[in-house]
Design a protein around this ligand. Structure first.
Ligand code: HSE
Length: 426
């Protein structure tokens, strides 16, 4: 069979990984694809003479690569919305198939790109955009195709999981754990994308769109980061039998999709609680199969390139793009969902303050499940002590009304931390 001719956009970490595997496994890939995979062109801002381009021609103009007649599939490893949107729109418009690792692009423009792909008959694949090398999109769209997926929950940003793990296991504070993650090269160019949940929200929008057959709705993901998590929260969560994880959660209920990224207390025995460091994992609840867990490296040169080339081989085999998106369901506000909540308050250490707090919660019909107050350490300056409460399941609006009343105790209580508790059960 004729070779499948690849044009690679980007010679960064992922692009170099794609070339590395293409060179290392050329025979194996040809055998599995049923035809040779030939890298004909590479385009990047600047040449990297140290990288063996496997005989491909090099240029600095990505638009020229997209238009070239000797490119059947455009493999985009640049990242970011532009110029990638224009480049991939041009490629699909010329009926060239596209493989991309670009989560921001698919989460935001995936529906339009899918429409273009289906009208031009080209393929559009993006396994590497979510959870790096873990074949989670394939699992959702192929392995679980006979199921109705009810919910999924993931640790889908390695940097934030690295930070929370370092805070829990090494006692680091947030800033120093982030600095280490940056030194190790895990974080995005703008680390707020990692720690404020934007990167995870991109990935969750793609997961939810495919799992529930709906539009990719990045803007609809309720997003909360981990920069407000203090070491004391991790310590108290552990005492109560939980670990704090930064989760992306999507549920399908009553015809609507609910998506949110937020830090949450997870029972220490739960599968996602075992996921440490930069490792990613996605747990999927499906009606016939039940709960399954997919875990592995969520970033990095070769893991991400592994997913890119899996898509390329699918295209070489002529596998039809498996996913067709339906109309959007109205997202359900994340606030509608009932869960237990963790509350940490800094309270004046004097008689009656604890009672006032619990009275306010009881007035709002919020039931307390567990309470912790540490004995005042005489060596600690100040006259406040932390109080930690776990509530029974309630909604955020109901909790909010109690918190507003707590503001009336501003002279006695401040620095209120509120986190959801996720049981991660159906
Ligand atoms: N910055 C991302 C992470 C890289 O930490 O997971 C992979 O998308």
């Amino acid at each position: 069979m004729s070779p499948l001719r690849l044009g690679l956009l980007g010679l960064g970490t992922v692009g170099q990984g794609v070339i590395s595997i293409l060179g290392e496994h050329s025979g194996l890939l040809e055998e599995r694809a049923g035809r040779p995979l030939t890298l004909t062109r590479v385009a990047s801002r600047s040449a990297k003479p140290e990288v063996d381009l496997l005989g491909a021609s090099f240029g600095t103009d990505p638009a020229a690569l997209v238009q070239a007649d000797d490119v059947d599939v455009v493999v985009e490893c640049i990242g970011g919305e532009q110029p990638c949107l224009d480049l991939l729109t041009a490629a699909l418009g010329r009926s060239k198939s596209v493989v991309t690792a670009n989560k921001a692009l698919i989460a935001t423009h995936g529906d339009a790109l899918h429409q273009l792909a289906s009208s031009s008959g080209a393929g559009l694949a993006y396994e590497a955009a979510v959870a790096g090398g873990i074949p989670i999109l394939k699992a959702i769209t192929e392995g679980l195709v006979a199921n109705r997926i009810e919910w999924l929950a993931g640790i889908i940003n390695g940097t934030s999981n690295y930070i929370l793990t370092a805070m829990a296991e090494q006692g680091q504070d947030f800033s120093s754990a982030l600095a280490t993650a940056q030194e190790l090269g895990y974080a995005e160019a703008d680390p707020t994308f990692d720690v404020e949940g934007i990167d995870a929200a991109h990935k969750l929008a793609i997961l939810a769109g495919l799992a529930f057959g709906r539009c990719f709705d990045f803007a609809g993901v309720a997003t909360e980061g981990i920069s407000g998590i203090a070491p004391i929260d991790i310590e108290y969560a552990a005492r109560l039998g939980y670990v704090i994880k930064h989760l992306g959660i999507a549920r399908f209920a009553d015809g609507a999709v609910e998506t949110s990224v937020h830090p949450a207390l997870v029972p220490e025995g739960a599968p996602l609680a075992q996921i440490k460091g930069v490792t990613n994992a996605v747990q999927v609840g499906a009606d016939a199969l039940g709960s399954t867990l997919y875990t592995g490296p969520g970033a990095g040169m070769l893991p991400t390139a592994s997913a890119v080339l899996a898509d390329v081989v699918d295209l070489a085999r002529g596998a039809p793009p498996p996913r067709r998106l339906a109309a959007a369901a109205a997202p359900m506000a994340a606030d509608d969902r009932e869960t237990p909540f963790y509350l940490r308050l800094q309270a004046q250490d004097r008689p009656g303050v604890f009672a006032r707090i619990t009275t306010l919660l009881s007035n709002a019909e919020i039931n307390i499940d567990a309470a912790l107050q540490q004995e005042h350490d005489a060596s600690t300056p100040g006259t406040t002590v932390p109080i930690v409460l776990l509530t029974r399941p309630t909604t955020r609006p109901q909790l909010q009304s109690a918190l507003e009343q707590l503001e009336g105790l501003a002279d006695q209580v401040d620095d209120v931390q509120v986190l959801r508790v996720e049981s991660l059960k159906p």
